[in-house]
Write a protein that binds this ligand. Structure first.
Ligand SMILES: Nc1nc2c(c(=O)[nH]1)N[C@H]1C(S)=C(S)[C@@H](COP(=O)(O)O)O[C@H]1N2
Ligand SMILES: [Mo]
Length: 260
């Protein structure tokens, strides 16, 4: 018995703790290692992918909040201003020549401009972002549901993962400079709250939070939500990316399935 029972209990406790502390808007409750919230994050992190997938219905929604629960701007974290020359050039002209490339295991690879993406049906959601470092922020995100782009590109049946390739180079990596990347499965990719966001709190997404496009994967931790997205690739294996664990931080030991 246990592992499942215990896991399930920590998972449920996780939701309860998360919702009571949500009123703070942006908060950093973790001064030390035995904080309740950190314990919950760590225990949910250790759940296996299979167990979490059993607990989370594929379309269960993450909690959404009201405008009054937005207390301060989304805290920029990780890369906040990519120094990469190709990115800076695009940013200088307000991303007018930016093209999102969607390729890999699809019948119809796409190259779409920001204007084309903004013209697609959008979704706006007020959600809580939980960083593994122990802070959370409630913010309003607007973007195109990733599922719409996947449908447009016609994903091949052999595809299993969506890989986000980013513009920003992580300079301080022990193995030299590498680009940030992330990946999710197709259940999360098609989840109704999974959007490519170009708006934050009613304004264009700022560079510090991932302009021109960043993904929201609302049932997972912050590091899954790739900013500065350049490419989206459908693949049947993560082994060709980074050192094969599915993301920049996963290659450095974080869980690939970072459900909260
Ligand atoms: N490209 C890229 N995406 C990234 C990161 C990054 O450094 N580069 N940091 C991640 C982490 S750890 C967090 S918590 C969130 C921070 O998003 P924010 O800056 O909008 O708060 O972005 C995630 N996505
Ligand atoms: Mo994070």
């Amino acid at each position: 018995m246990s592992r499942f029972t215990l896991s399930r209990r920590s998972f449920l406790t996780g939701s309860a703790v998360a919702s009571t502390s949500a009123l703070a808007g942006c908060f950093d409750p973790l001064g030390d290692g035995d904080s309740k919230v950190r314990g919950v994050l760590e225990s949910t992190n250790s759940l296996t992918y299979r167990v979490q997938r059993m607990l989370l219905g594929s379309d269960d929604l993450a909690r959404e909040y009201s405008e009054s629960e937005i207390r301060q701007p989304q805290r920029p974290n990780g890369t906040t201003s990519p120094s990469d020359a190709d990115y800076q050039q695009l940013a200088n002209e307000n991303f007018a020549s930016y093209r999102l490339k969607l390729d890999g295991l699809v019948e119809k690879p796409l190259e779409v401009s920001l204007d084309e993406i903004r013209a697609m049906p959008s979704r706006t959601q007020i959600t809580r972002h939980d960083c593994v470092e122990g802070w959370s922020c409630i913010a309003k995100w607007t973007g195109v549901p990733l599922a719409l782009l996947l449908d447009e590109a016609k994903v091949k049946p052999s595809a299993r993962f969506v890989v986000f390739g980013c513009f920003d180079t992580m300079e301080n990596s022990f193995d030299g400079p590498v680009k940030y990347y992330e990946s999710i499965d197709l259940i999360d990719a098609r989840h109704p709250q999974t959007i490519l966001a170009y708006g934050l709190d009613g304004k264009p997404l700022p560079v510090s939070n991932g302009a021109p496009l960043r993904v929201r994967v609302e049932r997972q931790l912050g590091y899954k939500m790739a900013k500065y997205i350049r490419t989206i690739t459908l693949t049947d294996s993560l082994s060709g990316y980074g050192t094969g664990s599915g993301g920049y931080w996963e290659d450095r030991g974080y869980e690939w399935f970072a459900g909260i």
